[in-house]
Write a protein that binds this ligand. Structure first.
Ligand code: UD1
Length: 419
């Protein structure tokens, strides 16, 4: 089994380039099912999750060529509406092919999606949207079938601004007859990137990035060239890396407006941040101040950076708090940080972190993708060696993570070890 070993090595320094966003690449890849001509995607991160969705698409008949971070997709061969069970169970985001399949082939057969173990992750909102567009949904033994003779635009209100549901319904609606209005939808930057991609192929999506999206159905989509937006969560992770090691890092290829809540919270803590075009310089300081964080849908503080901030807050004098409102079970990293010496109390959806704790290198487990990143961050300032297992979670979402950290001066390596 592969593991990551980290030893402390002082403040991180230098510059790091952020990769394309995983959470933009996945829905955009799913949306390529909607195309009828060549699609070229640039800055696609080389990640396990991207490999999985690429395999799902190949299984449906699409031809995909990969040259480093550029994927060339020929969607003309689309010939199946049924996704592979094994692949679906590996990653929740594979469910994003459902909307595009329903739009293109009037049918989509899927198994219930898998993914990170961070609480129950229903798909009721996705299905509610498909039904509102006229699809008949049947569920038997973990298999979901959506069928529609014709999709017809409708007004759809989401009970919660789910990212995946907004994307899936938007993709189903682009070829529907008439107009669809999606209300209380998610406003994440990745939704805007997906809408831009769809519009380049001829779709008519308006209002992405606000809580109301309007989609005027068109007959067909073509192809296009598109560059994936930078990964704001990877950027946020390196910002915390600089803060926790009292380093000085320049982070390149970022869209600073996507990071407003993250910048605000780091500044509130006392970290110095300088923005300059597509670059952010983060200068860590001694004697940071405790803060209160509440995760929320965008533009609120992202749940995907909650774990990394928890690591940072173990190094801040006084009591900080984190309330997780997006997922019901996303504090599993707290136990691993406690093993390393942190003082954290979790009561329901709130974690109280009392610092500053001396952390010690330990054997810990990446319980999910962002938890894994949080453990690397804690390990950077722990005495002795930290051994992180279950790192396949980390590989789902961080491109060349050891290489990037090593370039900044960290002592980090990947090893093959029995137990
Ligand atoms: C996406 C991101 C993930 C991020 C999350 C929240 C991708 C590939 N993944 O996941 O990294 O952590 O947004 O920012 O983009 N919910 C329902 N019913 C549904 C759908 C969702 O109740 O039909 C609930 C979920 O259980 C969860 C909450 O809504 O509690 C947020 O989920 P959602 O926004 O859908 O997250 P994902 O799209 O799965």
């Amino acid at each position: 089994m592969e593991k990551i070993l980290v030893k402390p090595n002082g403040p991180l320094k230098g510059s790091v380039r952020i990769s394309g966003a995983k959470n933009a690449a996945l829905p955009i890849l799913a949306a390529s099912i909607l195309g009828t001509e060549e699609i070229v995607l640039e800055d696609v991160p080389e990640l396990k999750d991207v490999e999985i969705i690429t395999e799902v698409l190949r299984g449906l008949g699409l031809k995909i060529k990969k040259d480093k971070n550029t994927l060339t997709i020929d969607p003309k061969g689309l010939n199946s509406y049924e996704t592979d069970y094994e692949l679906m169970s590996k990653m929740r985001a594979s469910f994003l092919v459902m909307g595009p399949l329903l739009a293109r082939l009037s049918k989509a057969y899927n198994s219930l999606p898998g993914g990170c173990n961070i609480g129950s992750r229903p798909i009721d909102l996705h299905l509610k949207g498909f039904s509102a567009l006229g699809a008949k949904i049947t569920m038997t033994h973990g298999e979901i079938k959506a069928e529609a003779e014709k999709l017809i635009g409708n007004r759809i209100y989401l009970d919660f601004p789910s990212v995946g549901a907004t994307e899936n319904i938007m993709m189903a609606a682009v070829l529907a007859e008439g107009e669809t209005t999606l209300e209380n939808c998610a406003m994440e930057p990745e939704i805007v990137d997906l809408a831009n991609f769809l519009n380049k192929m001829g779709a008519r999506v308006m209002g992405a990035g606000t809580s109301t999206i309007k989609i005027k159905g068109v007959e067909k989509l073509t192809g296009c060239n598109h560059q994936i937006i930078p990964d704001r969560i990877e950027a946020g992770t390196f910002m915390v890396a600089s803060a926790i090691t009292q380093g000085d890092i320049e982070i390149d290829n970022v869209i600073t407006s996507h990071l407003k809540s993250v910048i605000a919270k780091l500044e509130e803590c006392g970290v110095e941040i300088k923005t300059n075009g597509s670059k952010i310089r983060v200068i860590g300081r001694e004697n940071l101040k405790p803060i209160a964080i509440k995760t929320l849908p965008h533009p609120g503080f992202p749940t995907d950076l909650q774990a990394q901030f928890m690591s940072l807050l173990t190094q801040v004098e006084g009591q900080s708090s984190i309330i997780e409102t997006v997922f019901e079970n996303r504090f599993m990293h707290a136990d691993e940080l406690i093993k390393m010496g942190a003082s954290i109390k979790v009561i329901d959806r709130e974690a109280l972190i009392t610092g500053k704790s001396k952390l010690y290198g330990s054997k810990v487990r990446a319980t999910d993708l962002r938890a894994g990143a949080a453990l690397i961050l804690a390990a950077l300032v722990s005495e002795g060696e930290t051994e992180i297992s279950d790192i396949y979670h980390i590989d789902r979402g961080y491109e060349k993570i050891e290489e990037k950290f090593r370039k900044l001066g960290a002592k980090i390596e990947r090893i093959e070890k029995e137990n």
